[in-house]
Design a protein around this ligand. Structure first.
Ligand SMILES: NC(=O)c1ccc[n+]([C@@H]2O[C@H](COP(=O)([O-])OP(=O)(O)OC[C@H]3O[C@@H](n4cnc5c(N)ncnc54)[C@H](O)[C@@H]3O)[C@@H](O)[C@H]2O)c1
Length: 319
């Protein structure tokens, strides 16, 4: 630990992302209030944080005061008024539902003094749309974390149409002080940067399976053992520069008309959802999943992220 930080943080929504964001700030010394309308989810959040921190501790990534002191800084509440009371920064991580988020931001705006920054962790929804019904739209920004938020370094910081530069600056400063790597997105467009890129890839991956070009196992292998191996150290635009823009142009002139460009979700994806083939949750999605294989897949991902972050000293919010 680096001695703790001033300022209470409120995290609204204690699900997969919310409990991890709360843990991240608590590990940096902030008092955190964590709020959810689901009492069961709120009760599980502490144990989830303990579990996450135990894995980090095994890799020497929890130093100083230890797990219980970190978890002890997170106060759970079912009341929004109590959660935001005295907070200097609020992060919303409730379900990805525009109406729910819009209502919540209007309410938080009426509860919090004007200098408090209100941030949404929406994955893809326009920040301006979420802020629409709040009077103080200048202090509403997007802070898009990636799962698990206490490990993955990146946070996209997105201004809404009416966001003030001070609110964006404050969000970036807070995230930097929490050990994250904030990047400033210039325009409030659906999907921001990361999810536009990610879902362009997923759309093509599904289309390749749908067209019978390759099966799902092969698609995943092509990514993991092929160009995916370069991605942690070479972004697509660095890569384009590396191979040369002349070649990139030649490739695009030939290939782009053959790549999936549908503005609708794939019929195969719809069909699977209608049949109840939901992935891990039902044991079958694009791939087949037994409980053992699900456990192995999750463990593989966690090990990769922890080892990568431990090596780089990145992301885990304790340092
Ligand atoms: N899961 C991811 O990988 C990921 C990554 C980045 C961003 N996000 C975004 O973060 C947000 C949360 O995602 P998640 O995966 O944690 O979802 P989740 O379903 O795990 O958790 C959402 C929580 O919000 C609570 N909730 C719903 N309405 C509420 C309200 N009005 N007040 C308080 N709590 C409320 C629910 O009870 C639930 O516990 C979504 O906007 C999602 O798109 C998710």
């Amino acid at each position: 630990m680096d001695g703790g930080h001033e300022g209470k943080i409120a995290v609204i929504g204690a699900g997969l992302m919310g409990h991890g964001i709360a843990q991240l700030f608590a590990a940096r010394g902030h008092d955190v209030s964590l709020m959810d309308i689901d009492g069961g989810r709120l009760a599980r959040a502490r144990d989830d944080m303990r579990g996450n921190l135990a894995v980090l501790a095994e890799h020497g990534m929890v130093r100083g005061e230890g797990i219980e002191a970190i978890v002890g800084r997170v106060a759970a509440t079912a009341r929004l008024e109590d959660a935001v009371d005295g907070a200097c920064f609020v992060v919303e991580a409730v379900s990805e539902d525009l109406k729910v988020k819009r209502r919540l931001f209007a309410e938080m705006d009426s509860l919090c003094p004007p200098e408090v920054v209100l941030a949404t962790n929406t994955s893809v929804i326009s920040i301006s749309e979420i802020a629409r019904d709040a009077a103080g739209r200048e202090r509403i920004v997007g802070t898009h974390f990636w799962n698990p938020p206490y490990l993955v370094p990146l946070v996209e910081v997105i201004p809404g149409r009416d966001s003030a530069p001070w609110a964006v600056d404050r969000a970036c400063e807070l995230l930097l002080s929490a050990g994250k790597r904030p990047v400033r997105v210039k325009k409030d467009v659906p999907g921001f940067v990361g999810n536009r890129l990610q879902h362009a890839l997923w759309r093509e991956a599904i289309s390749i399976v749908e067209q019978g070009i390759a099966d799902a196992e092969t698609v995943d292998e092509v990514v993991k053992l092929g160009f995916g191996m370069r991605l942690p150290v070479l972004g697509p635009l660095e890569n384009a520069d590396m191979v040369g823009l002349h070649l990139t142009l030649q490739i695009h002139e030939y290939i782009l008309r053959h790549i999936e460009s549908s503005p609708q979700p794939s019929p195969l994806l719809r069909e699977k959802v209608e049949k109840g083939e939901l992935g891990f949750a039902s044991g079958k999605g694009f791939r087949s999943w037994t409980p053992r294989r699900i456990g192995e897949c999750r463990a593989r991902l966690q090990r990769h992220l922890v080892e990568w972050c431990g090596e780089k000293g990145e992301g885990h919010g304790d340092g």
